[in-house]
Design a binder for this molecule. Structure first.
Ligand SMILES: [Zn+2]
Length: 277
């Protein structure tokens, strides 16, 4: 039993085989490294030829040739690696400082700057450009709010220049006249604040004004006013009863819309989807 163990576990035999294996390994490793270095050097030289013609006939090629011809030992491999590292230390900054590269970088930078400058600025389109003031006012009213028709009666006299039915003089009719029997409920066209309540036997007669921001609405010739100055009203609230007070040729509601103090044709801003009743 003891002999068998000695035969297969002899320290001598094991040691000798181990040394033999190590020698083989070193030999193969050396060959592997040598071939790798040679291949890498040749590859590097080829790359250098293609990309950097200046280096094509210089040190990399010479070194590669040297490696290829020499029976390389470990010292030479080490020296070769050290040379490669040192060469890379010099070569990389040289590449970085290369004028061509610098020029390329400048070109890239210029391209970026140019592309930023040349990028077409999207101009803010003013949709009211070219419009008359009245068209602008109408556009802005429609954009910002809705105007409710204050009564349902038909239009008996539109906004605009006309011969005044009472004075027979040519003048701007500053609102729209809606046919409305005395006592017809008048609804606020907008949500806002009552800024004026006035009783009168001339001109607009009994009238009320409701304001919201830069829009003012006027309800004239009323028989009765249902709100007081300073009241907050909602769109559709009953604020008056129509009548025949002031300068009229018959019972109707005279309705005005003003934008920043400028008269606007009410028929052009009244929401078609809203009905008074
Ligand atoms: Zn009128």
């Amino acid at each position: 039993m003891e002999q068998v163990i000695n035969r297969y576990q002899s320290p001598y035999r094991t040691g000798a085989r181990k040394i033999e294996v190590d020698k083989k390994a070193i030999k193969y490793w050396g060959k592997f490294v040598k071939q790798t270095i040679i291949s890498a050097s040749i590859l590097g030289a080829i790359m250098a030829c293609e990309n950097l013609p200046v280096i094509a006939n210089s040190e990399i090629w010479n070194k590669a040739t040297e490696f290829a011809k020499t029976d390389v030992n470990v010292d030479q491999i080490r020296n070769g690696i050290e040379w490669g590292v040192e060469y890379a230390k010099v070569l990389i900054p040289e590449i970085l400082n290369n004028e061509d590269v610098a020029e390329q970088n400048e070109t890239v930078n210029e391209t970026i700057v140019e592309s930023v400058i040349e990028e077409p600025e999207i101009p803010e389109v003013d949709p009211t450009e070219g419009m008359t003031q009245e068209e602008k006012d109408i556009y802005n009213i429609l954009k910002s709010t809705t105007i409710l028709r204050p009564v349902n009666g038909e239009v008996t006299s539109p906004f605009g220049d006309r011969i005044d039915p009472v004075t027979k003089q040519y003048a701007l009719h500053t609102g729209t006249d809606f046919l409305a029997a005395v006592g017809t409920q008048v609804k606020s066209a907008i949500t806002g604040t009552v800024i004026e309540v006035k009783k009168s036997n001339v001109s607009l007669g009994n009238h009320v004004k409701v304001k919201n921001a830069d829009i003012v609405t006027v309800y004239a010739h009323c028989s009765e006013i249902k709100v007081a100055e300073g009241d907050k009203v909602n769109q559709g609230d009953i604020i008056a009863l129509s009548g025949n007070t002031g300068k009229t040729s018959g019972p109707h509601l005279h309705f005005e819309v003003l934008k920043d103090g400028r008269y606007v044709n009410p028929e052009k801003v009244i929401s078609t989807t809203n009905e008074a009743v």
